[in-house]
Write a protein that binds this ligand. Sequence first.
Ligand code: NAG
Ligand code: NAG
Ligand code: NAG
Length: 364
Amino acid sequence: MASNACTFQNLTLLLIICFPLANSIDFNYPAVFNFGDSNSDTGDLVAGLGETLDPPNGQTYFKKPSGRFCDGRLIVDFLMDAMDLPFLNAYLDSIGAPIFRRGCNFAAAGSTILPATASSVSPFSFGIQVAQFFRFKAKVQEIQAKTRKFDKYIPAQDYFQKALYMFDIGQNDLAGAFYSKTLDQKLYDQGARNFWIHNTGPLGCLPQNIAKFGTDQSKLDELGCVSSHNQASRLLNLQLRALSKKLQGQYPDANVTYIDIFTIKSNLIANYSRYGFEQPIMACCGNGGPPLNYDSRIACGQTKVLNGSSVTAKCCDDSTEYVNWDGIHYTEAANQYVASQILTGKYSDPPFADKMPFLLKLKF
Ligand SMILES: *[C@@H]1O[C@H](CO)[C@@H](O)[C@H](O)[C@H]1NC(C)=O
Ligand SMILES: *[C@@H]1O[C@H](CO)[C@@H](O)[C@H](O)[C@H]1NC(C)=O
Ligand SMILES: *[C@@H]1O[C@H](CO)[C@@H](O)[C@H](O)[C@H]1NC(C)=O
């Protein structure tokens, strides 16, 4: 009897352990190389500029600032998790033997597709990120030719071809800017075959843009977002979609997947209560209170003397009720929702629903 129960228990345990594995991916990327802006920056900009991010950034998951502009994990973190891969280390975050075995993240906050200028937040525009990748790859190959000693820290040779190349950039230059030749030709020529291109979200719904461009009610749509900015996002996305199609046509042996983040985020903002949120627009961490709780003079966590008194951009009580974290970026809870929607495969072109049968655990 006892032994039966025990066997049964072990079987259950086995099932519990194996179920996620069996259901996990047929989506076998050994590594991921990511390019982008703050939406997927896992610490590159702060490392590159020698800056720090203040708490409460990072408080929800990492329990301290992690270089991410978020209270916790980003979409890219949830995607890595779903693919059974570790979080991506930032390319420029060099202290303490960073492990790049399963990929590398070149995304840096504030980065643009167009080359950076003197006033850019990030000097690491898209072309530079791709150049960094080529240097990374060359260096890895140089090391591999010499020694196996560092295998644990660097991708295996065949990973470069089998890896997923993810792009999430464009938020910082809507001026009709465009992915350049670097993406299609150079990466492909170097053997990259699997591309994911995330489109741009509804930028007009960010408190930063509403505060600046939405003071006149007539500029806002029914959700309270700046219409012209969302229109600009849509136009950029049309171009991106066309580019994805063009690339796929040009390179039949590559897989180019276009992912419609705009639709996922718009749906989240419009139908927030259905997804367990209470605040679709207002920033969780900021200054000024409703309706936006955003003050362009003080970033999340900072303290400044304004108008003679000391003011801190503080965190809301429960960030899981908010879609927006700091007026510009999404909360971990929102990122988790977006990642779970990406993983349904319904928002990608071509769709991959049948390949990704698992879902992320949501908060409800
Ligand atoms: C592209 O996707 C198809 C279908 O899922 C797959 O059979 C093929 O191996 C993929 N190509 C590459 C280069 O990974
Ligand atoms: C909100 O939900 C409704 C009902 O499902 C849907 O028709 C609508 O498209 C959603 N709004 C957005 C902006 O996605
Ligand atoms: C500074 O304080 C004055 C008086 O309280 C107020 O009228 C003004 O709006 C404040 N200025 C800013 C920039 O907050």
